[in-house]
Design a protein around this ligand. Structure first.
Ligand SMILES: Cc1cc2nc3c(=O)[nH]c(=O)nc-3n(C[C@H](O)[C@H](O)[C@H](O)COP(=O)(O)OP(=O)(O)OC[C@H]3O[C@@H](n4cnc5c(N)ncnc54)[C@H](O)[C@@H]3O)c2cc1C
Length: 496
């Protein structure tokens, strides 16, 4: 019998498997897809020679995550590329505020508010390690909170209690600077005016400034390859194309899993799956307290995601010069514009002026495209449910129009495109329910003690021997592997 089965080979599943295998357990990962890696994969989606990231593409946690650091993935061949400018936030009026790692350079980049951002960024650099220890650890670590100190906790509380727009308006004078944090928060489902919304945008801005939006050489799939190599070195293995249809429970204890190929037994099961899938589909109802089932039926997802990739004949001819050197570009006119966008998504409408996250991987890593050519990666947030067959071409055209407005000549460079609406994303990875890339809403009512639900927020479940390790647990979305790392720690503490 195996010591542990991990269901799902996303970054959290692979990190959990690695940690358990390193502790001496026999581990097998079961992945329902033929391809391994979950939302951390790369492929030639458009034309031969153009390598596109299917999901995650930029990795601010690369050097910030204790989980990834502990695996020393550099020794498994992983190499990082960085840009001069991390994140540029242009508007049609020509204004742009950008985040850079070199704080001496800030004056030219932060739309007149360089001094104000520098003060915040310098503080962030000083407290980075302690703040990350607090935010990434199993919730809630009193030791980590104590180490951060009272003054820093108060400063962070001031951010946590603010909306993105409120916090930015108190700090910055220019609209360009004021739209940076709310723009970053829209990587999740947090709008500029949402209460307690400033923390997510702040964390991303801080990570961009301190660690950078790095990309792996060769594509996001290189991280998965390195995680797999590390697992193999410890004797763990992955069975691809083997989906788990049920978790077998006997006398309140998980004893194995059912797959189309047959049943498999293990002492411990660690699930890198969506929380509603685990509780409402994979477990027998009789194994769960009724309030757990009720809580999962109330679970709310984040916005849907609409993703596009292009093969281009050259780099995007952005009007703004900082955008031409940026890892990520976030078009968004103003906080007003972002708030209107969020209102449309929440109302189930197709946004007329899509907010965008645009990734320029091939600028940082030329291996992604043939010489002189480029890839471009982009997503916007959308309602999960729409008549996507009809809407997808319309929305794709709106996205291209928005980029063309900021970069005249962009459309002429397009050699090929790939479009994925929410149902397409979910079809490639069942964890992306309705195109939600965040493992559920990132609003406060689904954070910390409530992720994915109280009192099962520390990776354990009501079923003995069964643990949840996906981004539906704390600290949520992003390729940091900490959900898997912390869940494995819970397994080791329970099972030795
Ligand atoms: C379009 C997009 C862009 C993103 N951009 C970024 C970014 O730039 N930077 C960043 O840090 N993060 C980004 N993310 C988020 C990041 O990719 C996720 O937070 C992360 O991949 C979550 O990892 P995970 O291991 O929890 O789950 P996933 O990566 O979703 O993997 C889960 C795996 O489990 C498998 N599975 C599910 N159910 C079963 C079952 N019953 N049996 C067997 N296998 C099963 C799935 O097939 C999948 O392979 C992005 C995500 C998307 C979709």
């Amino acid at each position: 019998m195996l010591d542990a089965i991990v269901i799902g080979s996303g970054p959290n599943g692979l990190v959990a498997a690695n940690r358990l295998a390193r502790a001496g357990m026999t581990v097998r990962v079961l992945e329902q897809n033929k391809a391994i890696g979950g939302a951390l994969r790369s492929r030639e989606l458009t034309l031969p020679g153009f390598v596109h990231d299917l999901g995650a593409a930029f990795f601010p946690f690369a050097s910030a995550s204790p989980a990834l650091q502990s695996l020393e993935l550099g020794q498994a061949g992983l190499a990082w590329c960085k840009a001069e400018v991390e994140s540029a936030h242009p508007a049609l009026d020509g204004s742009c505020a950008s985040l850079v790692r070199n704080l001496d350079d800030l004056d030219g980049y932060f739309a007149g508010d360089g001094d104000a951002w520098r003060k915040v960024a310098v503080w962030t650099r000083c407290v980075r390690d302690k703040l990350l220890a607090l935010l990434l650890a199993t919730p809630v670590s009193l030791t980590a909170a104590w180490k951060l100190g009272a003054m820093n906790l108060l400063r962070f509380a001031e951010i946590g209690l603010s909306s993105g727009r409120g916090w930015s308006e108190r700090r910055f004078q220019s609209e360009a600077a004021r739209r940076v944090l709310p723009g970053l928060a829209l990587h999740t489902d947090i709008g500029p005016d949402d209460e307690f919304g400033a923390a997510v945008g702040f964390m991303l801005a801080a990570l961009a400034t301190v660690d950078g939006f790095a990309v792996p050489r060769g594509g996001a799939g290189a991280i998965t390859a390195a995680l797999l190599q590390r697992l193999a070195e410890q004797g763990g293995d992955v069975m691809a194309g083997c989906g788990v249809t049920q978790i077998i429970v006997k006398r309140g204890r998980a004893i194995g899993v059912r797959t189309p190929e047959g049943d498999l037994e293990a002492r411990v099961i660690v699930a890198d799956v969506a929380a509603p899938t685990l509780y409402l589909k994979l477990l027998p109802e009789a194994a769960l307290p009724s309030q757990v089932i009720a809580s999962m039926r109330r679970f709310h997802h984040g916005f849907g995601t609409f993703k596009m990739d292009w093969a281009l004949d050259g780099p995007v001819p952005w009007r703004n010069e900082a955008c031409r050197r940026a890892a990520v570009v976030h078009p968004g006119e103003s906080n007003q514009d972002l708030a209107r966008f969020v209102k449309q998504v929440r109302a189930g409408e197709l946004p007329d002026l899509p907010y965008l996250v645009v990734g320029q991987q091939s600028l940082l890593d030329p291996s992604r495209a043939p010489a002189g050519k480029h890839t471009l990666w982009c997503y916007s947030r959308v309602p999960s449910t729409r008549p996507w067959r009809a809407d997808a071409p319309l929305f794709a055209a709106r996205i291209e129009d928005r980029i063309e407005g900021l970069a005249p000549g962009f459309k002429k460079l397009i050699l090929a495109r790939h479009v994925a609406a929410p149902p397409d994303l979910e079809a490639t990875n069942p964890n992306l329910i309705g195109g939600d890339l965040g493992g559920g809403s990132a609003q406060l009512d689904q954070q910390l003690f409530f992720r994915p639900m109280f009192p099962y927020f520390r990776y354990r479940t009501p079923v003995n021997g069964l643990y949840l390790c996906s981004s539906y647990t704390h600290p949520g979305a992003g390729v940091h592997g900490m959900c898997g790392f912390n869940a494995a720690a819970a397994v080791l503490s329970d099972h030795g």
